[in-house]
Design a protein around this ligand. Structure first.
Ligand code: NAG
Ligand code: NAG
Ligand code: ZN
Length: 313
């Protein structure tokens, strides 16, 4: 009887502890008591989750995936830069200036709400999406919310699956300092611990991106937020052209930021593992300059690997 009571008490304890635990990344779950990705709740165990591995030779070309039109992306604004305990988030402080995307095969206009990054110290472990199994040093996500009343018949009630559009950019290490990222990287040392924030001014979103003509090639699929509650309401775009940062700029994120106020654990590896694609299709844009068909015998394995890794397109 005593044993039974003890067991019941333990079980009850366990249950309430699980509910009280906050979600965290795997690297934190190893170091403290929190819910790692395998135990995330809400929508996170559903079947249309993100990120995924993008297998380029299975991506289906889709001629509707035309270039995006970016508005307000070139406006110099003031941004709040915040450590939110999971990442560093930049949000525009200025109201009334519209930063939005349209085109790109989207059914509506979408307005920027914030952007943030994922990273690691390890240069092939910091992106959330991977391309043919290859991960990158970092990944930047620009999060957009669908404008109300711009989607014709597909209003939010009918199609909640596309409320959010995220533009994903992979980041590779390079020998050159990326001047566009300099103000953000410098701001990191001002916001080491969660809830700290600062502002940076005179910065446009385009400062962070590859030049616009390099943004015509991208992958598209339907998925989820990559943090709880993992709502499956995201139209994903992952661009082929990576952003290049100097290795020191990449490492600054892991070095300057902490997950916790006590500064016990440096913020790094804030990356959700890839999720099963399941029944979904990944599409790719059909920009000019497709690969020329090569005679089959010429397609030796190394060539295929290079093609698949995206070196030629
Ligand atoms: C959106 O769709 C719902 C369900 O079909 C409909 O009741 C509602 O009137 C629509 N709203 C707009 C603004 O079109
Ligand atoms: C996610 O879905 C829940 C309902 O399951 C909803 O309450 C919440 O607002 C949604 N969050 C986002 C960001 O869409
Ligand atoms: Zn993200």
């Amino acid at each position: 009887m005593l044993l039974l009571l003890a067991l019941l008490a333990l079980a009850a304890d366990g249950a309430s502890a699980t509910e009280d635990l906050h979600w965290c990344y795997q690297v934190q779950a190893q170091a403290s008591n929190c819910l790692g990705p395998a135990n995330w709740g809400e929508h996170c165990q559903q079947s249309r989750q993100s990120p995924i591995d993008i297998v380029t030779n299975k991506a289906k070309a889709n001629e509707n995936l035309r270039p995006f039109s970016f508005s307000g992306y070139d406006k110099k604004l003031e941004w709040t830069v915040q450590n939110n305990g999971h990442t560093v988030v930049m949000s525009p402080t200025t109201n009334g200036i519209e930063i939005a995307i349209a085109g790109g095969g989207l059914s509506a206009r979408y307005q920027v709400t914030q952007f943030h990054l994922h990273w690691s110290r390890v240069m092939n472990a910091g992106s959330e999406h991977s391309i043919n199994g290859k991960r990158f040093a970092m990944e930047m996500h620009i999060v957009h919310q669908k404008e109300k009343g711009t989607s014709g018949n597909n209003n939010n009630t009918q199609n909640p699956g596309n409320d959010i559009a995220v533009l994903g950019f992979l980041v590779t290490p390079g020998p050159k300092v990326n001047d566009g990222f300099r103000p953000l990287v410098e701001a990191l040392s001002k916001i080491p611990t969660p809830e700290m924030s600062t502002t940076i001014g005179g910065i446009s979103l385009m400062n962070f991106l590859p030049t616009e003509e390099k943004l015509k090639r991208y992958f598209r699929y339907r998925g989820s937020l990559t943090t709880p509650s993992c709502n499956e309401t995201v139209v994903w775009t992952v661009f082929e052209e990576p952003i290049e940062l100097h290795t020191d700029q990449i490492l600054a994120f892991s070095d300057k930021l902490f997950y916790d106020t006590e500064r016990r654990l440096k913020m790094t590896d804030n990356v959700r593992p890839v999720q099963a694609l399941g029944q979904r299709t990944v599409f790719k844009s059909q920009a000019p300059g497709q690969l020329l068909p090569l005679p089959l015998p010429a397609l030796l394995v190394p060539t295929l690997t290079c093609l698949a890794a995206g070196f030629l397109w």
